[in-house]
Write a protein that binds this ligand. Structure first.
Ligand code: HMG
Ligand code: MG
Length: 300
């Protein structure tokens, strides 16, 4: 399979990143981050999450975040919606796309969304039906595609069957989440060999947390399978509240630097992206996890 010439970056920092930062980030600072990402040329931004505020307090103000955005044409402002209640909040807030999120493993499903994998798929059906009525596209996530913090190793067949269920209920794309970042290129190759039997590469994305420092290598391996959508988080923000010790997603800056170096276009201005990452790190009072941002900051 040929490596793609263009890659779509799905920026998950305002959601996956900020949902797991312990510092309180004001609604205004979240809005600034999203607007800065848009100004850097990011065309898909996961801007928030309509989940139970008791489960993830950091996302409790997603309604206000959306209300304060200056929506720009050509940019998707997406949100996570685990159930119909979440979907209704997302529509009310003006989200332009939503995502449902399942797990390949039972342990993570229970901890994350308080139900079995099979029950989660049943709960998503009303979301899919309502989205169809609203002519809204739904993205699907499958977490723990390689390993689970509760169940250990996950077989590719588990990921494949949950992905198939999401496609069958109408998700236009499935993002394969290495939630705890344990995967290596070997794992991703085995997984994609298995997935591509019945899922075309252009319907799959990869979502790599960088806990074990394998994310860029895993993305490179996935590109070689024709995967052309990559999730990433500016400044490498975040983690997952239900996967303790998992670090943030791979830093968007590092992915963009690698892709541009390979002659692959993204539509993103790296300098502006780095500035967006530096601003949110200043708000959080923490160092930037992007190696590229750190190197550029040091004048290298
Ligand atoms: P539950 O307790 O089984 O649900 O939680 P429930 O329907 O019984 O509701 C419990 C309470 O939550 C009720 O309030 C509901 O109204 C409220 P009460 O009557 O007790 O006051 N509630 C809501 N409130 C606002 N918005 C909603 C909503 N739904 C219920 N949408 C539930 C089930 C799914 C709701 C809960 O477990 C939850 O919100 N989980 C979300 C967890 C989460 O956001 N995790 C992080 C995102 S996933 C991730 O990071 C992985 C990913 O990045 C990919 C990867 O890396 O692998 C995507
Ligand atoms: Mg994630």
């Amino acid at each position: 399979m040929a490596t793609p010439q263009t890659v779509k970056l799905v920026e998950v920092g305002p959601r996956d990143g900020l949902q797991n930062e312990s510092a309180t980030v004001s609604t205004a600072d979240k809005i600034s981050l999203i607007n800065n990402l848009a100004a850097a040329g990011v065309s898909y931004i996961e801007a928030g999450s309509f989940v139970s505020p008791r489960s993830v307090p950091q996302m409790a103000d997603s309604d206000q975040v959306f209300a304060g955005l200056s929506f720009q044409s050509g940019i998707t402002y997406a949100a996570l919606t685990p159930n119909l209640k979440g979907f209704e909040r997302a529509v009310q807030a003006g989200a332009t796309e939503v995502a449902v999120f399942a797990s390949a493993s039972e342990g993570f499903s229970q901890k994350n969304i308080n139900c079995s994998v099979a029950d989660s798929l049943i709960r998503f059906q009303p979301v899919m039906d309502a989205a169809r009525e609203h002519k809204m596209a739904v993205r699907g996530y499958v977490s723990c595609v390689v390993g689970c913090p509760y169940d250990g190793e996950v077989a590719p067949s588990q990921t494949r069957s949950v992905s198939q269920a999401l496609f069958e209920m109408g998700c236009y794309e499935v993002s394969l989440g290495d939630t705890i970042g344990v995967g290596t290129p070997g794992h991703f190759k085995r997984l994609l060999d298995h997935m591509l039997v019945d899922s075309p590469a252009d319907k799959l994305a990869v979502h790599c947390h960088d806990t074990y420092g394998q994310a860029l290598a895993n993305i490179l391996a996935s590109l070689e399978y024709g995967i052309a959508t990559v999730d990433a988080s500016v400044a490498g923000l975040g983690g997952c509240p239900y996967a303790l010790n998992a670090t943030g997603n791979v830093a968007t800056e590092d992915v963009v630097y690698m892709l541009h170096g390979m002659g692959i276009s993204t539509g993103i201005n790296l300098e502006k992206l780095i500035a967006a990452g530096q601003s949110i790190c200043a708000v959080l009072g923490k160092p930037n996890s992007s190696r590229v941002a750190r190197a550029k900051g040091a004048g290298l």
